[in-house]
Write a protein that binds this ligand. Structure first.
Ligand code: GLC
Length: 603
């Protein structure tokens, strides 16, 4: 039985909390207008923009795991170049590469020892130039990942800092402090590392004695730079220019919210939050959050954002996106994308909103409101190399904290349910105006590797927590290209693979999905094609409650209704042409089943 559709007038007066709010930025090619902002009705208008990043779909390549060109089991730049056509065919606009710079690989390349060279694992600068040229000739832009918060402990600057001794200018490139207590044996403060344990490691001084401690928000192999030191700023200007001169289209900036630490390095109050001592994060004001988390989102970070934006804008058509995992209201994250700061920021709020009607409404409204208020496009993203793949998250009961993975001893996800919900969320998300991010393999519906044995694990989180948190390796497993071609399903020519694929990956291989109606790959291709052909990335948005009932949700973008059914009773779709749907067997009666999405060109 079909649910009867309850007509509701758009702009229902009872739902209003704040009426018209309008933000125009006439100095740009594009104007973003948040016309109406109500409890459940938003009208958001964008115009086709010459600024490509405002509506781009950016595909993240994790170089270790995309494609292996030389058969050693590790993905590399030549492997990517060989497979670039498949990305053009997918219909994306740009590629963001996780780091491929010289690195001891203690955190899979997020520990850089030379920012201006490629790690031999991935190739050479000449390989990069060839890749860039080929990508550009295919109409694909290239974004590289800059890691400015910390270097590797094998970087020349850090080696020099240790060698030069206390109080030296070399040491001032990093954050060294004397320890507390007897003979400085205690860490200088109580900050916990993101990967577990303390943020401080004690060095042996050049005279052979135990000496100062250095700060590392992540692993001990990743010492934090001192961004209050002008030399650090100058050095990074040169790094940006190096890659911009080479022709890259932009940067994804790693830990863009962490570079400045609060003066005096005061203890974090976070620990006492966990012990019930201070307010929960969700109830804190932005200022309280800045005090509670003295190494996240400090106000002076914005000076660096502005400095870099000037560099970006001194080149044609370049952009930078911030990775800012910033707690508190979305308005806080929106500060990173004010007109003279980053072009974009990852919308982590949306990533973790969840596939429910209420969560989608709230997150989308909040996003348009927060980003619209500063004239920035919202971005939409569901997966990346730091999180459990969304098709797997959606097949689980309960959520694991970000950065944690799933191990063989955990309760295992429901793969079919997760895939259904994951496809639905992607189809819903790609109908929204703004920028979008896709993580490699999600176009195949690839699930997380949830049974990876401890002996294969490489994420520092696993080691620093003694296996208590299994970490992020499960979302970083090499991609299956040709089912059964060899043990790695064509990832490498030899079958070698730096992390083993789970047995099920064969069924997700690209070649078994290509050209197959209803496959996840063909769904993504169709979504991206329609999105591009109709310019939905630069479209206009309004909720369309007149098309839905209590358990379904719809919005209209440029005359296309994007409708999702969250309930178990089928929903009748409005008249019009079905442009794309997650429900391959959509009948002539237009009945949309649970966790399915359809895009309808309204009649
Ligand atoms: C970012 C990266 C993550 C890395 C960390 C330290 O969050 O996305 O992979 O481990 O920074 O660089």
């Amino acid at each position: 039985m079909l649910r009867s559709l309850k007509k509701r007038r758009f702009g229902n007066a009872n739902a209003f909390i704040s009426l018209s709010r309008q933000v125009e930025h006439p100095w740009w090619f594009c104007s973003y207008t948040l016309e109406r902002m109500t409890n459940d009705d938003v009208l958001y208008v964008t115009k086709e923009s010459a600024e490509w990043w405002r509506q781009a779909v950016i595909y993240q390549i994790y170089p270790r795991s995309f494609a292996d060109g030389n058969g050693d089991g590790m993905g590399d730049l030549q492997g990517v170049t060989q497979r670039l056509e498949s990305l053009q065919e997918l219909g994306i606009d740009a590629i963001w590469f996780s780091p491929f710079f010289k690195s001891p690989q203690k955190d899979a390349g997020y520990d850089v020892s030379d920012y201006k060279d490629i790690d031999p694992l991935f190739g050479t600068l000449a390989d990069f130039d060839a890749l860039l040229a080929r990508a550009h000739s295919l109409g694909l832009r290239i974004i590289v990942d800059l890691v400015p918060n910390h270097t590797s402990d094998q970087h020349e600057w850090f080696k020099a800092a240790v060698a030069a001794g206390k109080g030296s200018p070399e040491r001032d490139m990093y954050i060294f402090r004397d320890g507390k207590g007897w003979f400085g044996r205690k860490e200088p403060n109580n900050w916990p590392s993101v990967f577990g344990g303390s943020t401080w490691t004690r060095i042996t001084e050049p005279n052979g004695k135990k000496g100062q401690w250095y700060l590392h928000i992540f692993d001990s192999s990743q010492p934090d730079l001192n961004w209050r030191n002008p030399i650090v700023r100058d050095e990074f200007d040169k790094v940006l220019q190096f890659w911009l001169d080479r022709g890259v289209d932009g940067f994804r900036i790693d830990v863009a919210h962490g570079m400045i630490k609060r003066d005096g390095l005061p203890d974090t109050k976070q620990m006492s939050t966990e012990m019930g001592g201070v307010k929960p994060e969700g109830e804190m004001t932005i200022e309280e959050l800045e005090i509670a988390n003295p190494y996240w989102g400090q106000p002076e970070v914005h000076e660096i954002n502005r400095r870099w934006r000037k560099i970006i804008d001194s080149y044609k058509d370049r952009a930078m996106a911030a990775e800012a995992w910033i707690g508190g209201p979305l308005e806080r994250m929106a500060r990173w994308v004010r007109p003279d700061e980053y072009n974009q920021t990852f919308n982590f709020g949306y990533m973790f909103a969840g596939w429910t009607k209420e969560a989608q409404v709230k997150s989308i409204n909040d996003s348009f409101k927060a980003f619209g208020a500063v004239g920035a496009p919202s971005t939409w993203v569901l997966s990346n190399h730091d999180t459990i793949r969304h098709v797997t998250r959606y097949g689980m009961v309960g959520e694991l904290p970000q950065g944690d993975g799933i191990g063989p001893e955990y309760e295992q996800p429901d793969e079919a349910l997760g895939l259904r919900k994951g496809r639905a969320n992607t189809a819903f998300m790609l109908g929204l105006p703004g920028g979008a991010y896709i993580y490699q393999g999600e176009e195949l519906g690839l699930p997380e590797h949830t049974t990876l044995e401890g002996k294969y694990r490489q994420d520092p989180t696993y080691f620093r927590t003694k296996g208590k948190r299994v970490g992020r390796d499960g979302c970083r497993v090499p991609l299956p290209w040709e089912a059964g071609a060899n043990e790695s399903n064509g990832f490498s020519s030899t079958g070698a693979s730096w992390l083993p694929q789970p047995s099920g990956y064969k069924t997700y291989a690209r070649d078994v999905q290509r050209g197959v109606p209803g496959s996840t790959l063909e769904l993504y291709k169709r979504l991206l094609k329609v999105r591009k052909d109709l310019g939905l990335g630069a479209g206009d948005f309004r909720w369309a409650s007149e098309l839905t009932d209590d358990e379904s949700l719809a919005f209209v973008n440029k005359g296309v209704a994007v409708i999702a059914n969250f309930g178990s009773t089928p929903v009748q779709l409005p008249a019009g042409e079905v442009l794309v749907t997650t429900q391959h067997d959509l009948t002539a009666e237009h009945e949309l089943q649970q966790d399915q999405v359809a895009w309808i060109k309204l009649a």
